[in-house]
Design a protein around this ligand. Structure first.
Ligand code: ADP
Ligand code: MG
Length: 257
Protein backbone atom coordinates (compact mmCIF):
# COMPACT_ATOMS: atom_id res chain seq x y z
CA UNK A 1 0.00 0.00 0.00
CA UNK A 2 1.31 3.39 -0.93
CA UNK A 3 1.27 6.03 1.62
CA UNK A 4 -0.43 9.14 0.51
CA UNK A 5 1.00 12.21 1.99
CA UNK A 6 -1.37 15.09 1.89
CA UNK A 7 0.44 18.36 1.74
CA UNK A 8 -1.75 21.32 2.31
CA UNK A 9 -0.72 24.74 1.27
CA UNK A 10 0.25 26.62 4.35
CA UNK A 11 -2.32 29.23 5.15
CA UNK A 12 -0.48 32.52 4.93
CA UNK A 13 -0.67 34.58 8.06
CA UNK A 14 -3.57 36.96 7.89
CA UNK A 15 -5.25 35.08 5.03
CA UNK A 16 -8.60 35.79 6.58
CA UNK A 17 -7.93 39.51 6.81
CA UNK A 18 -10.36 41.05 4.38
CA UNK A 19 -9.93 44.78 4.87
CA UNK A 20 -6.60 46.02 6.16
CA UNK A 21 -5.72 49.65 6.86
CA UNK A 22 -2.18 50.38 7.89
CA UNK A 23 -1.11 53.72 9.24
CA UNK A 24 -3.62 55.64 7.13
CA UNK A 25 -3.54 59.43 7.27
CA UNK A 26 -5.64 62.09 5.65
CA UNK A 27 -6.11 65.84 6.03
CA UNK A 28 -8.81 68.20 4.90
CA UNK A 29 -6.72 71.37 4.84
CA UNK A 30 -5.46 71.82 8.38
CA UNK A 31 -7.84 69.20 9.75
CA UNK A 32 -6.15 65.85 10.37
CA UNK A 33 -9.27 63.79 9.73
CA UNK A 34 -7.70 60.31 9.78
CA UNK A 35 -4.72 59.92 12.08
CA UNK A 36 -2.55 56.81 11.95
CA UNK A 37 -5.50 54.49 11.41
CA UNK A 38 -4.67 50.80 11.81
CA UNK A 39 -7.65 48.55 11.37
CA UNK A 40 -8.00 44.96 10.26
CA UNK A 41 -11.37 43.45 9.48
CA UNK A 42 -11.54 39.69 9.30
CA UNK A 43 -13.72 37.78 6.88
CA UNK A 44 -17.18 37.37 8.39
CA UNK A 45 -16.62 39.98 11.05
CA UNK A 46 -19.14 42.70 11.90
CA UNK A 47 -17.45 45.86 13.10
CA UNK A 48 -19.53 48.75 14.40
CA UNK A 49 -17.83 52.15 14.28
CA UNK A 50 -19.12 54.75 16.67
CA UNK A 51 -17.97 58.17 17.81
CA UNK A 52 -18.94 61.80 17.97
CA UNK A 53 -20.00 63.72 14.89
CA UNK A 54 -16.96 64.91 12.95
CA UNK A 55 -14.66 62.20 14.30
CA UNK A 56 -13.89 60.83 10.82
CA UNK A 57 -16.23 57.83 10.60
CA UNK A 58 -17.62 58.68 7.16
CA UNK A 59 -14.19 59.58 5.85
CA UNK A 60 -12.93 56.21 7.04
CA UNK A 61 -15.71 54.41 5.14
CA UNK A 62 -15.11 56.50 2.04
CA UNK A 63 -11.38 55.80 2.20
CA UNK A 64 -12.05 52.05 2.24
CA UNK A 65 -13.62 52.22 -1.21
CA UNK A 66 -11.54 55.15 -2.44
CA UNK A 67 -14.33 57.66 -2.61
CA UNK A 68 -11.65 59.60 -0.73
CA UNK A 69 -7.96 59.35 -1.41
CA UNK A 70 -5.56 59.15 1.52
CA UNK A 71 -2.17 60.81 1.82
CA UNK A 72 -0.26 58.00 3.40
CA UNK A 73 -0.68 54.46 4.58
CA UNK A 74 -1.95 51.32 2.88
CA UNK A 75 -5.45 50.01 2.36
CA UNK A 76 -6.02 46.56 0.95
CA UNK A 77 -9.11 44.52 0.19
CA UNK A 78 -8.71 40.76 0.30
CA UNK A 79 -4.97 40.98 -0.02
CA UNK A 80 -4.95 43.45 -2.89
CA UNK A 81 -3.76 47.02 -2.35
CA UNK A 82 -6.27 49.65 -3.41
CA UNK A 83 -4.83 51.44 -6.43
CA UNK A 84 -5.29 55.19 -6.88
CA UNK A 85 -7.32 54.87 -10.06
CA UNK A 86 -8.03 52.87 -13.19
CA UNK A 87 -9.72 49.61 -14.05
CA UNK A 88 -8.26 47.69 -11.14
CA UNK A 89 -9.74 50.29 -8.78
CA UNK A 90 -13.18 49.91 -10.36
CA UNK A 91 -12.93 46.15 -9.91
CA UNK A 92 -11.80 46.31 -6.30
CA UNK A 93 -14.39 48.96 -5.52
CA UNK A 94 -17.08 46.63 -6.78
CA UNK A 95 -16.01 44.24 -4.03
CA UNK A 96 -17.04 46.85 -1.47
CA UNK A 97 -20.77 47.49 -1.14
CA UNK A 98 -21.77 50.80 0.34
CA UNK A 99 -25.03 51.99 1.84
CA UNK A 100 -25.29 55.66 2.75
CA UNK A 101 -27.50 57.65 5.06
CA UNK A 102 -29.30 59.14 2.06
CA UNK A 103 -30.62 56.33 -0.02
CA UNK A 104 -28.96 57.35 -3.29
CA UNK A 105 -31.19 55.27 -5.53
CA UNK A 106 -31.49 56.24 -9.19
CA UNK A 107 -34.70 58.28 -9.15
CA UNK A 108 -35.62 57.67 -12.78
CA UNK A 109 -35.15 53.90 -12.65
CA UNK A 110 -37.57 51.44 -11.13
CA UNK A 111 -36.66 49.52 -8.02
CA UNK A 112 -35.94 46.45 -10.12
CA UNK A 113 -33.77 48.43 -12.55
CA UNK A 114 -31.85 49.93 -9.64
CA UNK A 115 -30.84 46.45 -8.52
CA UNK A 116 -30.11 45.22 -12.07
CA UNK A 117 -27.97 48.11 -13.37
CA UNK A 118 -24.66 47.48 -11.63
CA UNK A 119 -24.82 43.81 -12.42
CA UNK A 120 -25.19 44.53 -16.13
CA UNK A 121 -22.75 47.46 -16.36
CA UNK A 122 -20.01 46.42 -13.97
CA UNK A 123 -20.35 42.66 -13.65
CA UNK A 124 -21.43 42.18 -17.30
CA UNK A 125 -24.25 39.89 -16.24
CA UNK A 126 -26.93 39.13 -18.84
CA UNK A 127 -30.22 41.00 -18.46
CA UNK A 128 -32.18 37.87 -17.67
CA UNK A 129 -29.73 36.70 -15.05
CA UNK A 130 -29.57 40.19 -13.51
CA UNK A 131 -33.35 40.30 -13.24
CA UNK A 132 -33.59 36.91 -11.58
CA UNK A 133 -30.96 37.87 -9.09
CA UNK A 134 -32.52 41.30 -8.46
CA UNK A 135 -35.92 39.76 -7.77
CA UNK A 136 -34.35 37.27 -5.38
CA UNK A 137 -32.56 40.03 -3.49
CA UNK A 138 -35.65 42.26 -3.35
CA UNK A 139 -37.46 39.31 -1.84
CA UNK A 140 -34.66 38.79 0.65
CA UNK A 141 -34.96 42.39 1.91
CA UNK A 142 -38.76 42.22 1.92
CA UNK A 143 -39.68 44.56 -0.95
CA UNK A 144 -40.35 42.13 -3.80
CA UNK A 145 -43.81 43.58 -4.36
CA UNK A 146 -42.33 47.05 -4.99
CA UNK A 147 -40.15 45.98 -7.92
CA UNK A 148 -41.90 48.04 -10.60
CA UNK A 149 -42.28 51.23 -8.59
CA UNK A 150 -39.97 54.23 -8.61
CA UNK A 151 -37.94 55.09 -5.50
CA UNK A 152 -40.06 58.15 -4.64
CA UNK A 153 -43.12 55.88 -4.34
CA UNK A 154 -41.48 53.91 -1.52
CA UNK A 155 -41.09 54.72 2.16
CA UNK A 156 -37.62 55.61 3.42
CA UNK A 157 -37.24 52.21 5.04
CA UNK A 158 -38.18 50.46 1.82
CA UNK A 159 -35.78 52.63 -0.19
CA UNK A 160 -32.95 51.83 2.17
CA UNK A 161 -33.68 48.11 1.86
CA UNK A 162 -33.57 48.49 -1.93
CA UNK A 163 -30.21 50.24 -1.52
CA UNK A 164 -28.99 47.22 0.45
CA UNK A 165 -30.27 44.85 -2.24
CA UNK A 166 -28.57 46.94 -4.91
CA UNK A 167 -25.24 46.75 -3.08
CA UNK A 168 -25.64 42.99 -2.51
CA UNK A 169 -26.29 42.44 -6.21
CA UNK A 170 -22.60 43.07 -6.86
CA UNK A 171 -21.61 40.16 -4.61
CA UNK A 172 -19.45 42.41 -2.46
CA UNK A 173 -16.85 40.89 -0.18
CA UNK A 174 -17.58 43.52 2.44
CA UNK A 175 -20.51 45.85 3.04
CA UNK A 176 -20.03 49.35 4.45
CA UNK A 177 -22.99 51.05 6.07
CA UNK A 178 -22.66 54.74 6.93
CA UNK A 179 -25.46 55.64 9.33
CA UNK A 180 -28.02 53.75 7.24
CA UNK A 181 -30.91 54.51 9.57
CA UNK A 182 -30.14 58.10 10.57
CA UNK A 183 -32.41 59.66 7.97
CA UNK A 184 -35.33 57.33 8.66
CA UNK A 185 -38.50 57.92 10.59
CA UNK A 186 -38.32 55.98 13.86
CA UNK A 187 -40.89 53.38 12.84
CA UNK A 188 -38.76 52.40 9.84
CA UNK A 189 -35.47 51.95 11.60
CA UNK A 190 -36.11 48.40 12.74
CA UNK A 191 -37.06 47.04 9.35
CA UNK A 192 -33.67 48.15 8.03
CA UNK A 193 -31.77 46.93 11.10
CA UNK A 194 -33.46 43.54 10.80
CA UNK A 195 -32.21 43.15 7.24
CA UNK A 196 -28.72 44.06 8.45
CA UNK A 197 -28.99 41.61 11.36
CA UNK A 198 -29.90 38.85 8.95
CA UNK A 199 -26.99 39.76 6.70
CA UNK A 200 -24.67 39.56 9.69
CA UNK A 201 -26.07 36.15 10.63
CA UNK A 202 -25.52 35.01 7.04
CA UNK A 203 -21.82 35.71 7.50
CA UNK A 204 -21.40 38.95 5.54
CA UNK A 205 -18.35 40.99 6.50
CA UNK A 206 -19.69 44.36 7.58
CA UNK A 207 -18.47 47.75 8.72
CA UNK A 208 -21.36 49.69 10.20
CA UNK A 209 -21.28 53.30 11.33
CA UNK A 210 -24.33 53.73 13.52
CA UNK A 211 -25.76 55.29 16.62
CA UNK A 212 -28.03 52.28 17.09
CA UNK A 213 -26.45 50.80 20.18
CA UNK A 214 -28.92 47.92 20.30
CA UNK A 215 -27.67 46.83 16.91
CA UNK A 216 -24.07 47.23 18.04
CA UNK A 217 -24.69 45.06 21.10
CA UNK A 218 -26.46 42.30 19.28
CA UNK A 219 -24.75 42.15 15.89
CA UNK A 220 -21.20 43.42 16.32
CA UNK A 221 -18.19 41.25 16.93
CA UNK A 222 -16.24 44.38 17.72
CA UNK A 223 -16.88 48.03 18.45
CA UNK A 224 -14.41 50.61 17.19
CA UNK A 225 -14.66 53.97 18.90
CA UNK A 226 -13.32 57.00 17.01
CA UNK A 227 -12.68 60.53 18.20
CA UNK A 228 -10.78 63.35 16.50
CA UNK A 229 -9.67 61.20 13.59
CA UNK A 230 -8.22 58.43 15.75
CA UNK A 231 -9.29 54.99 16.79
CA UNK A 232 -9.35 55.57 20.51
CA UNK A 233 -10.65 52.24 21.66
CA UNK A 234 -11.67 48.81 20.30
CA UNK A 235 -13.44 46.08 22.21
CA UNK A 236 -16.14 43.44 22.07
CA UNK A 237 -19.51 45.16 22.57
CA UNK A 238 -20.17 43.89 26.10
CA UNK A 239 -16.83 45.12 27.30
CA UNK A 240 -17.08 48.42 25.47
CA UNK A 241 -20.54 49.29 26.73
CA UNK A 242 -20.14 48.08 30.30
CA UNK A 243 -16.55 49.06 30.83
CA UNK A 244 -15.21 51.67 28.39
CA UNK A 245 -11.57 52.39 29.13
CA UNK A 246 -11.02 55.87 27.71
CA UNK A 247 -12.50 59.07 29.06
CA UNK A 248 -13.58 59.99 25.54
CA UNK A 249 -15.64 56.82 25.22
CA UNK A 250 -17.09 57.19 28.73
CA UNK A 251 -18.10 60.74 27.94
CA UNK A 252 -19.62 59.75 24.58
CA UNK A 253 -21.59 56.87 26.07
CA UNK A 254 -22.90 58.98 28.93
CA UNK A 255 -24.42 61.31 26.35
CA UNK A 256 -26.09 58.74 24.15
CA UNK A 257 -27.16 55.93 26.49
P1 ADP B 1 -18.20 61.74 10.95
O1 ADP B 1 -18.71 60.85 9.88
O2 ADP B 1 -17.56 61.00 12.08
O3 ADP B 1 -19.24 62.69 11.45
P2 ADP B 1 -16.64 62.90 8.82
O4 ADP B 1 -15.70 61.84 8.37
O5 ADP B 1 -17.83 63.15 7.99
O6 ADP B 1 -17.03 62.61 10.34
O7 ADP B 1 -15.88 64.26 8.94
C1 ADP B 1 -14.74 64.42 9.73
C2 ADP B 1 -14.30 65.88 9.67
O8 ADP B 1 -13.87 66.17 8.35
C3 ADP B 1 -15.41 66.86 9.99
O9 ADP B 1 -14.84 67.92 10.72
C4 ADP B 1 -15.86 67.33 8.63
O10 ADP B 1 -16.38 68.64 8.70
C5 ADP B 1 -14.59 67.27 7.83
N1 ADP B 1 -14.82 66.97 6.41
C6 ADP B 1 -15.48 65.91 5.91
N2 ADP B 1 -15.50 65.91 4.57
C7 ADP B 1 -14.85 67.04 4.20
C8 ADP B 1 -14.50 67.64 2.94
N3 ADP B 1 -14.84 67.05 1.78
N4 ADP B 1 -13.81 68.79 2.95
C9 ADP B 1 -13.45 69.38 4.11
N5 ADP B 1 -13.73 68.88 5.34
C10 ADP B 1 -14.41 67.73 5.39
MG1 MG C 1 -20.60 60.63 9.09
Amino acid sequence: MTEVSVTKDAIPPGADDLVVLKNVNKHFGALHVLQDIDLTITRGEVVVVIGPSGSGKSTLCRAINRLETVESGDISIDGKPLPQEGKELARLRADVGMVFQSFNLFAHKTVLENVMLGQIKVRKTSKAEAETKARGLLDRVGVASQADKYPAQLSGGQQQRVAIARALAMDPKVMLFDEPTSALDPEMINEVLEVMQQLARDGMTMVVVTHEMGFARSAANRVVFMADGRIVEEAVPDQFFSNPRSDRAKDFLSKIL
